[in-house]
Design a binder for this molecule. Sequence first.
Ligand code: FHN
Length: 457
Amino acid sequence: RSAAPSAEVRFGPLVGHREDDAMRRFRRYGLGQFIHFGLYSIPGNEWHGERPASLAPEWIRAWSGPNAPENWPDTYDRLNEVFDPKALDVREWARQAKRMGARYVIFTTKHHDGFALWPSVHSDYTVAQSPCGRDFVGEVVDAYTAEGIDVFLYFSVLDWHHPGYTTTVPVDEVGRAGWQDFLEYTRAQLLELLDRYPAARGLWFDGTWDASWVASHEFTYRLEQELRERRPGLIIGSRFRNDEHGARHFDSNGRLLGDYEQGRERKLPSDHAMLDGHDWDGVMTIGPNAWGFMRDTGDEYQKTADDLIDLLMRCRSMGGNLVVNFGPDGEGRMSAYEGDIAEQLGGWVRANADAIYDCGHVDIDPTGVGWLTGDRDRVFLTVINRPVTGVARLRLPADASRVPVTARLLASGRELELRRTDIGFDLDDAIYYDVVIPRDFTADRAFVIELTLGAAF
Ligand code: FHN
């Protein structure tokens, strides 16, 4: 992707690869929690008995039927009149995230419906005008920060409620004036969020795909400058804006826009090389495509804790963070299934933390057995596919300066037999090592083998 500069780009990246404390901390997050909570949490994926399976529940306002657009003012848009999750204790969300092992949370301050979960002075469509009257953004920032979990604020540029929003480039004076009002409103709300919540570490943008926003590249370039000046160290992903040629995430010369690649949503990269050394996160739903609360997941597959362990270690093996999404209902309650996932995932993460957080990509091939992560002196093999041979084989580059010298099960510390196999010199110029997994060792879930590295010869 890192093409040699060819296009003339004036509105390209504002930052390069960062090694400051904030970004070094981002690289070690490992696991995050995404929370989609808002008016869409009230109906879930059901409206007057209708449950179209295709669209994500937080897009219920875009459905047809009784909730069709011509009815919105009297249907979806009035949900703010009943939004009142009295029993919600955000501190329990934070405690659950802590038990899960999340090191950051991304919280929806405003989704596409334009409803603000903080009492924004720039809008009359906020929690301040709802029965609850609570500042959920402030409660999340306080509760998660108290648990030592960093907070990133999700902000949807796409805003179905603001009269000036248009998906296309405005072509007349009224449209242009309305769009300019919308841009200033967006800028004002973002500055307000930074000023109200100084503990927030980053902004996680969404809904930046419409032609109107893509055409506003000079405004977005200046706005990113202003946000970074307002909050030194602020972390902004690649989804916020595009260059003047419309190139998103990467400018027309292949340079990353923002501090990390933010395009991995429900999909993960297939190999480390394609990441070009950039930081990145992958956000993941537990169902196929539901970010907001699902009243009934029907026959849609719900990822298991084992699926998420596999995805987590796949992300970490490529130097990225996995962010698992939770969609509480209109009362702020997590579903029993999602709550159980958090606890199961947390149990595994706690037992294998050394292989997860302060680790990154290592240039060793786990030959299909699982995922490899490593720090300076150790390599961790997360065994997903236990070999029927009882032997986990690692393939190292022929010029490896350090090789495995000891092996043990990370959770129990049990020493394992490690042997060098010279098969490599017959098949290719690689170096191979085998770790013997004792037949009497049983595991009903992925397990981690820790190998210490020593001088090659
Ligand atoms: O349209 C949104 C969707 O509702 C959800 O918020 C995801 C999560 O990142 N982002 C958009 C889809 O790409």
